[in-house]
Write a protein that binds this ligand. Structure first.
Ligand code: ZN
Length: 245
């Protein structure tokens, strides 16, 4: 017999699913005597697992949900962001193929922007929607030098069900014209083909447009129905800061 699973110490192959021996299905004989292929119950679970893996979302971030986001005693804009993210998830199927199908949480750091968009991502993946996650810094690294792989990487970011860019345009270092060109190719493709983007950024739409108007204006249009600007004094807004005091 061909061993598909990993071997344990006794040299017997072990499977995540004993029933189908990780083939995600098995043959059954029907009443007519013919053999049929039946998908195993583990198939959906494995699909979700693969989806989480390909999203590049770490295990720690996979635990972030709406349930562990605290809204109590927090400023109104944080509660707004929480409700906007929840609504976005709730109505996602209705607008996902339209132009205005994206979400942007913008403004001061420490408000839980990443947490909320992670909660959306994790829930979307459980529904079978693919997500690809990048921090801005990682994205910049992806979009440079390695020309052999660049086309493939850009294509993946263009075509995935949902692209999540965390901390867009963070940092003082300006992106190079080449990196902006690649980012435009990604955003514009998704804009034209009605594919959603999720954006968190410390910059507001005007500031994003100052860096690149073509990118900013498309993000603005796509995220128009689901944009929250988190503003206020740092101490009032910043949860991490308050907790430390
Ligand atoms: Zn199975």
């Amino acid at each position: 017999m061909q061993k598909v699973g990993q071997e344990d110490s006794t040299n017997h192959p072990t499977y995540e699913c004993e029933k189908c021996q990780d083939k995600e299905g098995y043959i059954v004989r029907g009443e007519d005597g013919r053999e049929y292929w039946r998908f195993c119950e583990c198939r959906e679970q494995k699909k979700t697992k693969r989806m989480f893996k390909s999203s590049q979302i770490t295990e720690e971030f996979q635990k972030l949900g709406f349930r562990n986001f605290i809204t109590e005693n927090r400023p109104k804009c944080v509660v707004d962001a929480y409700e906007t993210a929840q609504d976005y998830l709730k109505y996602f199927d209705r607008f996902r193929n339209e132009r205005k199908n994206s979400i942007a949480l913008l403004g001061n750091p420490g408000c839980g922007k990443t947490h909320l968009l992670m909660a959306v991502s994790n829930n979307l993946m459980r529904k079978g929607v693919g997500v690809l996650y990048f921090t801005w810094v990682d994205l910049l690294n992806e979009l440079k030098d390695d020309f052999d792989l660049l086309h493939e990487k850009v294509q993946r970011m263009q075509k995935v069900d949902v692209l999540f860019i965390d901390d867009l345009f963070k940092g003082r270092k300006e992106p190079t014209p080449f990196q902006l060109e690649q980012l435009f190719a990604i955003v514009n493709y998704r804009y034209l083909n009605h594919l959603p983007i999720m954006i968190s950024s410390e910059r507001d739409i005007d500031q994003i447009c100052e860096i690149d108007e073509a990118i900013g204006s498309r993000i603005y249009e796509m995220c128009r129905d689901y944009t929250v600007l988190l503003q206020g004094s740092r101490k009032e807004l910043n949860y991490r800061l308050r907790e430390a005091n």
